[in-house]
Every structure is written in structure tokens, then in C-alpha cells.
Design a binder for this molecule. Sequence first.
Ligand code: SAM
Length: 411
Amino acid sequence: MNANAAAESFFAICPRGLETLLGEELAAVGARDVGIEAGGVSFSGTLPIAYAANLHSRLASRILWQIAQAPYHDEATLYAAATAVNWHEYFANEQTLRVDVTASRTPLRSLEFATLKIKDAIVDRLRTDTGGRPSIDRAQPDVRVFAYLDATTVTLYLDLSGEPLFKRGWRRDKGEAPLKENLAAGLLRLANWSPERPLFDPMCGSGTIAIEAALLAIARAPGLDRSFGFERLRSFDEAAWRSVRARALAAQRPETACCIVGTDISTRVIEQARRNAGLAGLAALLADGRLQFAARDVRLSEPPVPASTGADANARGQIISNPPYGEQSSPKSASVPNLMRDFADRMKLLFAGWEAWLLSADRDLPRQMRLQETRKTVLFNGPLECRFFRFELVAGKYRARSGTHETKPAD
Ligand SMILES: C[S@@+](CC[C@H](N)C(=O)[O-])C[C@H]1O[C@@H](n2cnc3c(N)ncnc32)[C@H](O)[C@@H]1O
């Protein structure tokens, strides 16, 4: 990496609620001037630092490279600001393009028209400079331009990620309402999970939390199995990228002892979770039992027993899960509030000393479970405002309730 390379400005987008943790993650790969903002983190560094951020970030959704900033007050000044950029310096006119605009407090009436103006400006400038024009491809563009408009300023970015970063390249099968991978990684970070502690997700769906935990345990960079937008830009420094990747490969710890277990009532999603884990490069952990998936009703949950791979059988673990909400519960299962009450009874009985961390859009969850949360963090699962509750399951504090349901795993 060229230590004298110019410092560039970047913005990393993440789910709301994870900004501070993302700032720490970016600082760990060498980002400077880390600034926490709503919905993301600004930082500076060289382009190879941004490559490393794309490869290593478990929490970011995208990383954008700021290439221009200018005042504007109407469509004409917006067009002028976008025409002033020498786009040909960044990409070729034969490449396909997509433009996205977001705004807060903009005086412009239509974001759609603003998007059109910026797209026209890019196309016109490229045509003037090269005689050719890029075509627009909204589905799989080579290059994405993002513009952010506030009341007086337009900031233009080139997207360095391409496909969003939560797409790690391993997900073929989705369960019902899967968590995005970066939100699942955020739950693990907020819960301060580390591989010495058993991890149990008793409503694991397609296995997102368990798979992210296993990747974290073996220190496998989440972006090793995918490509990135920066590879298609003129600035792409292939030698620097190869060395960033080589360092990530060398930093893996494939033998790390851990006990990560996911269960779900649906045998179908458990099959998907196993398949996904295999595609994520976790076959060795599945084979020796460090990562386990099984079909089971949450009301029959038991503390997982670590396979004999060095994990501490006496360590008090963490339950980290996002239970069904609304009507999501399995048809063969109880209503969600009843299910959660029965699950809470089971935890009180068998998981003394554990911590349970549950992500739910239902603020009433602690009351349904008759448990008092010891922490509550607001997070957004897409547009859905959720709470990430922590419950401490204190030994000997609860009495068993009679009449808990026992049902068989269903499909
Ligand atoms: C919100 S989804 C979890 C999604 C998961 N985090 C993922 O990323 O794929 C809730 C899950 O709870 C499961 N579920 C519903 N009732 C259950 C029960 N009684 N026991 C175990 N799992 C249950 C559903 O099958 C579903 O997969």
C-alpha cells in the first residue's frame, strides 16, 4: 500500500443503531477521521483502506467514495454541479450506470427529476469528453453514482461496494423473514458475543445469526467470497487489493473452538440453514459439531452441549434470536405471545446463568415473557423499528409453571 497516497473521503452506510460499532470496525481497518452520523459513518483514508473496509466490515451496507461537493439551489445548479465532475476519470463511457438520490430538506420538489438531471449531466459530460455515452442499467450496473442533497449542498459519491455488503455471497435459501447479515452481525456485537461463550438461536430460520457468529469465530472476512464495485472503476489498484485479500486470508483462525447452535420448528428452514452454512465455507464446523442446526420447537429448548472440540462445557452462554412477530409463528405453533411466554418459562427453568438477547418489533415482549429487560437498544430491521432486549436469567429465581406445551418439529 502506498503510504503517500492521497487521503480520500468516504461514507459507510449501516442499519440505524449500529453506527458507533461500525465506527470502531472501520477504525480497526485503518480508517481516519471517523465521524458518527445517523445511518452511517464518515471516514477518510486511502482507497486500499476503503477496499479493506468493504472486505472486513460485518456491519456496513455500502461504502461510498465522495468525489464532489457543491452548492445548488435548483435543478439547473444541480445539473451544473454534476457536469463539473470529470466522470471519465472514474469510469468509461462503455460501462453501464445507475444513479440514486437521497435527500433531506431539499428545496427541490421531485427527487425523480433530480435523479434524471444528475444522470443527464453525467451522460452529457461523458459524451462531450469521449463522444460516447454510458447506458443505464438499474438492475446490474457496472457503476453506481449516489447523490445526497441537503438544503443547500449536493454531495456526489461513487459506490465502492456494488451489491450491498450484507450480501456475503453465501445465501441461496431464505427462511421466513431472514435478518440481513449485517444486522445479525450487529446483534452479536451489541451482545458482546465472543467464541468462548456458547451461542444458541432457538428460532434460527435460515441460520443468519449462527452463520455470522461462526464466520466471526474463525475470523473469516465476510467479503472473501464476493466481488466489489471498486473493481470496476478506473482507480482500481489490483496489486493493493490482492495484498488486502491475502492479509485477510492469512488472518483466518479456522480451528477456533466454539459452540454455536441454531434450532427452529421448521425442518425445511433447518435444511436451508445447513446448506447456507456449507456455502459460507463452514463445512468443517458443521462436520465437527462446532456449528449445529437441528429441528426443534423452541418450547423444548435445552442448553446446547458443546462438541468435544475444546469449547468450555461449563461456560454460561448467550441466547441471541429474533423470534417471530405478528402472525409469523408457525401454524402448528401457538400464538406468538403464548409461544414467548412458554419459551420464557423454559429459559427460567433450564438456562439459569445465561443471557438472552431478543430482537423484536413488539415492545410488549418483556411483559409477555414476564421478564424484566436489563438493557434495550432501538434498532431498525429495514423500516421496522425494533428493540433488542437483554434479559439476565438468574439462577434459582423462578418457579416452574405447569402445563407447558410439547409439540413435535413441523415442516
Ligand atoms: C423472524 S424468523 C427468524 C429469522 C432468522 N433470524 C433468519 O435470519 O432467517 C422466526 C423463526 O421462528 C420460527 N418459529 C416459529 N415458531 C416456532 C417454534 N414454536 N419453535 C421454534 N421456532 C419457531 C419460524 O420457523 C421462523 O424461522
